[in-house]
Design a protein around this ligand. Structure first.
Ligand SMILES: NC(=O)c1ccc[n+]([C@@H]2O[C@H](COP(=O)([O-])OP(=O)(O)OC[C@H]3O[C@@H](n4cnc5c(N)ncnc54)[C@H](O)[C@@H]3O)[C@@H](O)[C@H]2O)c1
Length: 391
């Protein structure tokens, strides 16, 4: 949509037919894009979706933005990236720019994508330009979007760099030129790893404060009064979504490939993964010990407020730990209609304790408080109310 707004004609290729049909019917699958905005682009003839990779032949710029998840061993799974590169390659025209926006380890563009495209491209496509420009979107963020978030651009050579800068300068307020694709790829991993380790630090710190009767949020607020050298991060159930829990493991894997180690990052990952169990224990400690199978209501299952995205949500592990301890668990999230095959319950579900895991907009927990239900607030959003205990 940022490219459409900049005057580009855009074709979205996706191999998931239902999503293509949904988009072409004018229904946006992305929270930050309204149906009205999508429909206007379609009506104007500026945007359409297709499953047909031959549409690539019409493009002067191709951006690859497929998911880059982890495999069963929690190592980079770039199969979708390889598939996408393989899918576009036979249709890449001469003088076309190919950009990888997917998050991956340094060297992915040079060592994976370029060899695939070069080996499968049409014979008359002698010149193809390549760059890395990692996506930086923050879903649900009302202040920062594609347009006003500067975009890193690292081309494989000078000609690629100027083509890529021209494209991103047309759709963003600022494109930031870096010397190689590897710098752009590494910067993306650093950005998200920065968040992971700071969240882990505050999650660990929270446990120390709680054990000593100190409210960690008051401590964070106090430290935040320092005008330099400190940035507040808040504790929570853990980290979720497809960026913060995933991207740092691309970094740790990449470190190992080069004979190095990213022990600090691995430690942060372990601390965050231990949080759901800690939260489960804290919540169950709030229940009368005579109740053998306490009923626990989880409020908010999406990985962050304002979105219905449950990918990698730490709430899954929280629920599992609660169940292992014998709890009967139900959940409520106004933005998630179905979660792991189960329907939500209403806020009037009878429970022994509630855990506010993700504070969704419009979620009103006062009726629980009125009923005398104790709440463990993992979001620092319900303050100074009787029966609410902060993480
Ligand atoms: N969404 C974000 O908030 C965000 C932020 C920063 C970076 N990223 C990065 O952007 C990349 C994409 O993430 P996303 O959240 O937009 O993914 P997504 O899951 O929302 O969407 C990607 C789409 O790619 C399609 N797809 C998968 N394989 C394909 C293939 N071979 N050919 C064509 N289509 C294919 C899927 O069907 C899906 O519709 C990832 O590397 C992610 O780390 C995402």
């Amino acid at each position: 949509m940022a490219a459409v707004a900049a005057g580009w004609a855009v074709i979205g290729i996706d191999n998931f037919e239902a999503k293509v049909a949904q988009i072409n019917s004018g229904s946006s699958p992305v929270e930050d894009i309204s149906d009205v905005q999508l429909q206007a682009a379609i009506t104007k003839g500026s945007y359409k979706a297709t499953t047909d990779f031959s549409a690539v032949a019409q493009a002067s710029v191709i951006t690859i933005c497929v998911p880059t998840p982890l495999d069963d061993k929690r190592e980079p799974d770039i199969a979708l990236l390889r598939n996408a590169a393989t899918g576009i390659a036979p249709f890449v025209s001469n003088e076309t720019l190919v950009v990888s926006e997917s998050t991956s380890y340094p060297g992915t563009l040079r060592d994976i994508i370029i060899p695939i495209v070069d080996s499968l491209k049409p014979k008359d496509s002698s010149t193809v330009y390549f760059a890395s420009a990692p996506e930086r979107v923050d879903p649900g963020n009302a202040n920062w979007n594609q347009k006003n978030t500067p975009r890193l651009v690292g081309g494989i050579d000078d000609a690629s760099q100027s083509k890529a800068l021209a494209f991103y300068e047309s759709i963003c307020n600022a494109a930031v030129s870096v010397s190689t694709p590897e710098v752009a790829e590494a910067a993306k991993l650093l950005e998200n790893t920065f968040r992971l380790v700071n969240i882990a630090l505050v999650n660990e710190f929270t446990q120390l404060c709680s054990a000593n009767g100190i409210n960690v949020h008051e401590v964070i607020d106090a430290a935040s009064s320092k005008p330099y050298g400190f940035m507040p991060f808040r504790p929570g159930v853990g980290v979720g979504g497809h960026c913060i829990p995933v991207d740092p493991l691309y970094l740790t894997w990449w470190a190992r490939q080069n004979g190095g180690a990213a022990g600090f990052v691995e430690s942060a990952d372990a601390i965050n993964h231990a949080m759901p169990k800690y939260v489960a224990q804290r919540a169950l400690a709030m229940v009368d010990s005579s109740i053998t199978n306490p009923k626990v209501l989880i409020l908010g299952v999406a990985y962050k407020p304002g979105v219905g995205d449950v990918r990698e949500t730490p709430v899954s592990e929280l629920r599992d730990h609660l169940k292992v301890q014998g709890a009967v668990v139900a959940w409520h999230d106004p933005l998630v209609p179905v979660w792991e095959g189960l329907e939500p319950v209403d806020l009037d579900w009878e429970c022994d304790v509630a855990i506010l895991a993700t504070k969704q907009p419009g979620m009103d927990v006062t009726q629980l408080i009125t009923r005398g239900v104790q709440i463990l607030d993992c979001t620092n959003s319900v303050k100074d109310l009787a029966g609410v205990i902060s993480l």
